[in-house]
Design a binder for this molecule. Structure first.
Ligand code: MN
Length: 228
């Protein structure tokens, strides 16, 4: 194929204990997947269909690189989340088959321009500029699953400058991994290379320039980085 301009690079993540990298196709995110976070945002959790949004694949910040403080916000918030990396896809995937799509897991931050999100919510505008900005998705190296998802007692934690900001057990998720993927696959055809942010617990708060963050999916993945 001859392109008119140099084709954009494929965004990718490192894989623990491997020289290979995981190529990223799309980044899907679920909103309001922990009841205590929905409550702190003043949202009610409706049973049934989860709420999804997307980030561009090239919003992912890999390899512990610095995250530049974004433009046009005074309220950059952290949301620590387990991140799924899909090795297989499908459309209308059943709950029973959904876990088998997951190739690996990591931990990431769904960075949010909270002030712009509040304005968008008030005006009924889309969330893209609040959620899908450049460098809005730092993600750790991925750990291949070999068939076993992290269990419900696995702890998700975020410290900023050494202080604990967010922590939860995965069992607190409203929509667990199979139900979340099954629901997402009714809206989009999932494909290998897709990442899925699985929602954040309570404790979201502001990050400032110079802050150092340390996110952990205990026993599975670690992400360290800095707001530049
Ligand atoms: Mn989130």
């Amino acid at each position: 194929m001859n392109y008119a301009i140099t084709p954009p690079a494929v965004p990718s993540l490192p894989i623990l204990d491997s020289e290979l990298r995981f190529p990223i196709r799309r980044v899907f995110c679920i909103g309001r997947n922990y009841a205590d976070h929905a409550k702190e945002m003043g949202a009610t959790v409706e049973p049934g269909r989860p709420m999804f949004f997307c980030k561009p694949a090239d919003a992912v910040v890999a390899d512990g690189r610095d995250v530049p403080y974004p433009s046009i916000t005074n309220e950059l918030h952290h949301e620590v989340e387990m991140v799924l990396a899909l090795g297989a896809g499908g459309r209308d995937v059943t709950v029973e088959r959904a876990a088998a799509l997951v190739w690996g897991v990591g931990v990431g931050l769904d960075l949010t321009r909270r002030d712009l999100q509040a304005q968008a919510k008030a005006k009924g505008h889309p969330w893209d500029v609040a959620k899908g900005f450049d460098h809005s998705a730092p993600v750790s190296a991925l750990r291949p699953l070999h068939g076993h998802l992290p269990g419900p007692d696995t702890e998700l934690r975020l410290t900023v400058n050494g202080s604990l900001r967010q922590h939860a057990r995965l069992g607190e998720m409203i929509h667990d991994v199979p139900h979340l993927l099954a629901a997402l696959s009714t809206l989009f055809e999932l494909k290998p290379g897709d990442l899925v942010f699985t929602g954040t617990p309570a404790g979201v708060a502001a990050l400032e320039r110079g802050d150092r963050f340390h996110a952990e999916l205990n026993g599975w993945a670690t992400l360290e980085g800095r707001i530049a």
